[in-house]
Design a protein around this ligand. Structure first.
Ligand SMILES: C[S@@+](CC[C@H](N)C(=O)[O-])C[C@H]1O[C@@H](n2cnc3c(N)ncnc32)[C@H](O)[C@@H]1O
Length: 232
C-alpha cells in the first residue's frame, strides 16, 4: 500500500457533504471543466474513484451510465448510497490499495475528481485504472494545479514531490504537490496517453457568487483537468 492523506476527511466529511454541491470552486469551476471532458455516457460503465458525497454519480446516472462508486470515507460512502438510492454500486475502498472488487477491463470510463493529490505515489492507482478499463477506455481526472500549490505555499523546489498542509474553512487537510512532469510521466508509465489537458477558468456564475475569487482564478490556475486514453 502507498501513503495517502485521505484520512483528513474523517473530521470534515459532514461539513464537506453539506456544502460541496453549491461551492463555487466545485459547481462553477471544477465540474464544468470535468464534464466537458466526458464522453457520451448513455450505456457506459463508469467507475467513480473517490466519489465523496456523490454529485458526479447522480449526474452519471441521470445520463444513462451504469455506475460503481467508492470512497475511503465511510460517512461519504453512506451519503452517496442514500443519494443514489440503490441505482449504483457504492463501496468503501482505498485508492492506494489494489481495487480487488472490480474486474479487469470492466469499465468504459474512470472518473476521479479532486482525489489524486491525496496520494503520495500515483503509480499503483493509475495502474489499477488501466487494468479496470477496457481497451477503448478513458480516464478523466482533476487535481490541484502544480503551479498553484508551488506558488501558494511558496515552495523553493518546483520539482520536488512534497506533502503540504492546508487549512480549509471546514478544517485541516494535507495533500501532495508534484511537478507537471511527474503527472505526465506517471500517466505514461501506467499505459495512458494524454488526450486533453485543461487549465480551466471559472464560469460567469462564479463571478456572480464570488467576484474577487473569480478575478483571481481568471489569472491563476487552480485545478488541472485531464482526459487520458488507454494506450493500445
Ligand atoms: C475533494 S473530495 C472529491 C469528491 C468527489 N470526487 C467530488 O468531486 O465531488 C476528495 C475525496 O477523495 C476521497 N479520498 C481521499 N483519499 C482517498 C483514498 N486513498 N481512497 C479513496 N478515496 C479517497 C475523500 O474521502 C474525498 O471524498
Amino acid at each position: 500500500m502507498s501513503e495517502h492523506t485521505g484520512d483528513a476527511y474523517r473530521a470534515i466529511a459532514a461539513e464537506y457533504a453539506r456544502t460541496v454541491d453549491r461551492r463555487p470552486f466545485n459547481a462553477f469551476y471544477e465540474r464544468p471543466a470535468v464534464l466537458s471532458l466526458l464522453p457520451p455516457l448513455a450505456g457506459t460503465r463508469v467507475l467513480d474513484a473517490g466519489c465523496g458525497s456523490g454529485w458526479y454519480d447522480e449526474y452519471l446516472l441521470s445520463r444513462g451510465a451504469t455506475v460503481t462508486a467508492f470512497d475511503l470515507n465511510p460517512d461519504l460512502v453512506a451519503t452517496t448510497e442514500s443519494r443514489v438510492g440503490g441505482r449504483a454500486r457504492v463501496l468503501q475502498a482505498d485508492l492506494a490499495r489494489p481495487l480487488n472488487f472490480v474486474g479487469t477491463g470492466e469499465y468504459d470510463l474512470v472518473i476521479c475528481s479532486l482525489v489524486m493529490h491525496y496520494l503520495q505515489d500515483w503509480g499503483p492507482a493509475l495502474g489499477e485504472f488501466e487494468r479496470v478499463l477496457n481497451p477503448r477506455g478513458m480516464l478523466v481526472f482533476s487535481t490541484h494545479h502544480p503551479f498553484m500549490d508551488w506558488k501558494l505555499f511558496d515552495r523553493s523546489d518546483y520539482f520536488a514531490v512534497e506533502l503540504l498542509e492546508d487549512q480549509w474553512d471546514i478544517g485541516p487537510v494535507s495533500f501532495y504537490r508534484r511537478p507537471l512532469t511527474d503527472i505526465s510521466e506517471a500517466l505514461d508509465a501506467a499505459g495512458f496517453t494524454i488526450d486533453r489537458l485543461l487549465e480551466p477558468k471559472p464560469t460567469d456564475d462564479f463571478k456572480q457568487a464570488q467576484p474577487e475569487e473569480y478575478e483571481k482564478l481568471m489569472r491563476n490556475p487552480w485545478f488541472l483537468c485531464v482526459r487520458a486514453r488507454k494506450r493500445v
